[in-house]
Design a protein around this ligand. Structure first.
Ligand code: ATP
Length: 344
């Protein structure tokens, strides 16, 4: 079942189009990450879904019902903001139950629900404390509990973990995902951190300049990016200018036949070849390059190479480390079936 549908959703601020013609469907129970660089329109899109921003054009539907003119507090949405927006003058339990209070739920039911939710986010026994008596991670959990208080149809979170340090953040990513899986609530999270998105999401929506560039399962976007922007944004990749002619590309004066599984996303002519660093191999013959830098990263070894004036990165497991050093010349091969030819 489709829970959330966006149709031609557009938001203009004066002459700036922050969100442009976004049409997509999010099935029930999915964990979706809205991912993109700063200013690409992620927050604006989330605010449009939430009803905190009025669209210049387009519609928001939940379970097939048009919500575009429904005020925020009447949409069955739970929300967690970047700032958390917890109230210092209320106890933890009162914060959690706040959305119920404004909906007129009685005190005893609120108290019961707050206890349930605090258990759910693994924070029992802090209901009577004040917000300032909690750690950063605990506050995060309180904000998540409050977002779930009304048992929302759709759970919306804007950079919910950005204030946490790296370790706690990774921990909370896993926790949030596990919680969502248990509850099965359709969830949309804004993040600019691709690793965070890959950890949590079963659907990624990559945005740039107000437009959706691609939507799909994380590994599909990684292996089969629609364009050079997505290829470069999800994981790291080498984008090497080339010329495409049928099922072959020419680069650095060498012709490379494409294999089964290699994808072509553009017309013949100028193009870029996307090759992941882990798919670059050292070979007996082929493209000639020179080693310009070697970086030991512990779990892998990264070689930086100069290929015809272009920088190319190759990644090896420590056990497969090639026996070449700085300044050495090597031949490069790109793993057949893992290459993508994209529009420049
Ligand atoms: P970030 O990751 O930095 O938060 P974002 O992808 O969430 O960025 P938005 O906050 O949605 O981006 O902003 C998209 C564009 O719309 C930006 O150029 C921003 O300056 C502009 N914008 C957002 N809100 C307003 C507003 N209320 N008035 C005018 N311009 C706005």
């Amino acid at each position: 079942m489709t829970e959330l549908t966006l149709r031609g959703l557009t938001k203009r601020f004066g002459s700036l189009t922050a969100v442009e013609d976004v049409t997509l469907e999010i099935p029930n129970g999915r964990f979706v990450c809205l991912l993109g660089p700063s200013g690409c329109g992620k927050t604006t899109l989330l605010r449009l879904i939430a009803g905190l921003e009025e669209p210049s054009a387009g519609q928001v539907l939940v379970g097939g019902q048009d919500q575009t003119r429904v005020p925020t507090h009447k949409r069955d949405f739970g929300m967690v903001f970047q700032s958390l927006a917890l109230f210092p003058h209320l106890t933890v339990a009162e914060n959690v139950a706040y959305p119920l209070a404004i909906r007129g739920v009685d005190r005893a039911s609120r108290r019961k629900r707050a206890t349930e939710l605090l258990d759910l986010v693994r924070l029992p026994d802090v209901g009577d404390r004040r917000i300032h008596q909690l750690s950063g991670g605990q506050r995060q959990r309180v904000a998540i509990a409050r977002g779930l208080a009304i048992d929302p149809k759709v759970f919306l979170l804007d950079e919910p973990l950005s204030a946490l340090d790296a370790n706690l953040r990774e921990h909370m990513q896993v926790e949030l995902r596990q919680l969502q899986e248990r509850l099965g609530v359709t969830t949309v999270v804004v993040t600019h951190d691709q690793k965070e998105a890959l950890t949590m999401a079963d659907v990624l929506i990559v945005m740039d300049k107000g437009r959706v560039q691609q939507m799909g399962a994380p590994m599909d976007l990684y292996r089969d990016p629609a364009n050079a922007f997505v290829a470069g944004f999800i994981g790291s990749t080498n984008l090497i200018p080339c010329r495409l002619a049928g099922r072959a590309v020419e680069l650095a004066g060498t012709r490379i036949e494409l294999a089964e599984g290699d994808r072509v996303k553009c017309a013949d002519g100028d193009a870029v070849l996307s090759v992941r660093p882990e798919d670059v191999r050292f070979a007996e013959a082929g493209l000639l390059a020179r080693v310009t830098f070697i970086r030991d990263l512990g779990e892998s070894v990264q070689f930086t190479l100069d290929l015809d004036g272009r920088e190319v990165s190759a990644l090896f497991a420590p056990r497969e480390r090639p026996g070449v050093g700085l300044g050495d010349s090597v031949h490069l091969a790109f793993e057949p079936g893992q290459r993508v030819v994209l529009a420049p």
